[in-house]
Design a protein around this ligand. Structure first.
Ligand SMILES: Cc1cc2nc3c(=O)[nH]c(=O)nc-3n(C[C@H](O)[C@H](O)[C@H](O)COP(=O)(O)OP(=O)(O)OC[C@H]3O[C@@H](n4cnc5c(N)ncnc54)[C@H](O)[C@@H]3O)c2cc1C
Length: 428
């Protein structure tokens, strides 16, 4: 086996050259401008365009260059927060309403793939949330019970049955559910960009929004005047001077191995391939691509809440490799690519949406914590404009109550505030 270090580039970017749109120079006018060409921004632009509204998208780099194009492509309603936690915190009616909303995001993405025949390594796979130990099994069981209570199909595996669906001998149980899939999210973003462009949406890449004042977005070489400005910039929103206390980021690392042999695949998934994540606070997750590469991700507390993107990928290469070695002792993997990525988060792990506090023409969408969330929120922001949709405005408002308020946050600093808040949101 080769011991060469994995490349620290994003593997997905090597699969297709970004076919970039032109950047904006000069002055233009439009009805709506969407800032950010990730899942949220593209979904928002698509819905606005379908409703017949004139829309321009601006993206500081290329579409999918933020979190959306770097992901492990798990398309499941579960992302940073499980249904069981929602049920505990908000009760059955609100938990179900929120869960149905995020499921609508899963279905938006699936519908686009099917309708436009998008080639993005679409892999129908069930989701499997696995327990690392006895207390993890309590979380898994709680999730199963929450799903049953709210009438969602799922299967519970105990520490004997789990071995039939995921090999090795280290998991103590799991909950499995259907209607989920994996995909290459970078190819998906690029495909949606092309679909929008060919249907008449103007997309400017390499166009950085420097500031927003009134109806105007100032970019490096131009300016856009718009009736409505929708900022889908996720963790970058605070850089525009907004929601600085409400949105932070977490960092995770993702590796891709060379294609596994059929024998190795059978050792991991004796029956069929699934998308797996475990019960730790900073969890590990893995799935197989269509060509049987193992995608494996994870992090640790030191780096999860770090201010800046870490380039210390070799440390994570070893960690991820050791994770596989521990869970599947007979499999030796060779990591080919490994990269870090950051995603926007709020303190309670629900998204943040809302009007700018001083500028009623500007609406923010951030802290999506998941592609289905981002898709559903992007469409919500569009529907808010088109039909006045508003049923989640209060639930996801930046002004909702958080366990740690602004004053204590200023004393603690962002990393401890967010780490503590997330522990509370998930476990208490
Ligand atoms: C490594 C990794 C793995 C992940 N795996 C999964 C997964 O398997 N499943 C899942 O559901 N979620 C996953 N996520 C989370 C998911 O990627 C994000 O929650 C989601 O992509 C957020 O989408 P978004 O459109 O809101 O943000 P982004 O994709 O970050 O889009 C925001 C865009 O705005 C642009 N922008 C920012 N500021 C400006 C500006 N001033 N001017 C112009 N443009 C600007 C950025 O360049 C960026 O393209 C993962 C994230 C990471 C980092």
């Amino acid at each position: 086996m080769s011991n060469s270090a994995p490349s620290s580039n994003v593997f997905w970017y090597s699969l297709k050259d970004p076919n970039q749109s032109e950047s904006l120079s000069g002055q233009i006018k439009t009805k709506t401008v969407v800032v950010g060409g990730g899942m949220a921004g593209l979904s928002c632009a698509q819905k606005l365009h379908e409703a017949g509204l004139e829309v321009v998208v601006i993206e500081k780099d290329f579409c999918g260059s933020g979190a959306s194009g770097k992901t492990s492509g798990f398309i499941t309603p579960d992302s940073e927060i499980e249904l069981g936690s929602l049920l505990d915190t908000y009760g059955p009616e609100k938990a179900k309403r929120i869960w149905e909303f995020v499921i609508s995001g899963v279905e938006n993405i699936r519908k686009n793939i099917e309708q436009y025949g998008i080639s993005c390594d679409y892999q129908k796979q069930d989701s499997l949330f696995v327990a690392n130990n006895t207390s993890g099994f309590k979380s898994v069981k709680k999730e199963y019970e929450a799903r049953r209570q709210l009438e969602y199909v799922s299967t519970l595996y105990d520490n004997t049955e789990i071995k039939k669906v995921v090999g090795g001998s280290m998991y103590t149980g799991g909950v499995r559910y259907p209607e989920t899939f994996g995909m290459n999210s970078y190819l998906y973003c690029q495909a949606i960009k092309e679909i929008l462009r060919t249907s008449g949406v103007t997309i400017y890449e390499q166009t950085f929004a420097k500031s927003i004042t009134g109806h105007e977005v100032l970019t490096e070489r131009g300016r856009i005047t718009a009736e409505h400005i929708i900022v889908c910039a996720d963790r970058f929103i605070p850089d525009l001077g907004a929601l600085e206390k409400e949105i932070y980021h977490v960092q995770t690392f993702l590796g891709v191995t060379k294609p596994l042999t059929n024998e190795q695949v059978k050792k991991i998934f004796p029956e069929e391939k699934m998308m797996v994540w475990d019960t730790d606070l900073v969890y590990n997750y893995f799935r197989l691509t269509g060509d049987n590469r193992l995608l494996i991700g994870g992090g640790d507390l030191l780096y999860t809440y770090a201010h800046n993107v870490s380039n210390n990928t070799s440390r994570f290469g070893r960690r991820l490799k050791n994770y596989i070695k521990k869970k599947f002792p007979t499999i030796d993997i060779e990591m080919e690519y490994l990269w870090p990525g950051m995603l926007g988060v709020s303190k309670d792990l629900l998204p943040i949406i809302g009007l700018d506090k001083d500028n009623e023409h500007v609406f923010y969408v951030g802290a999506a914590t998941g592609l289905p969330w981002a898709s559903a929120l992007g469409r919500y922001a569009a529907e808010r404009l088109i039909h006045g949709r508003n049923e989640f405005d209060e639930d996801f408002s930046p002004r909702r109550k958080f366990v740690i308020g602004h004053r204590l946050q200023s004393l603690l600093g962002a990393p401890p505030t967010y780490a503590l808040s997330h522990g509370i949101a998930k476990y208490l």
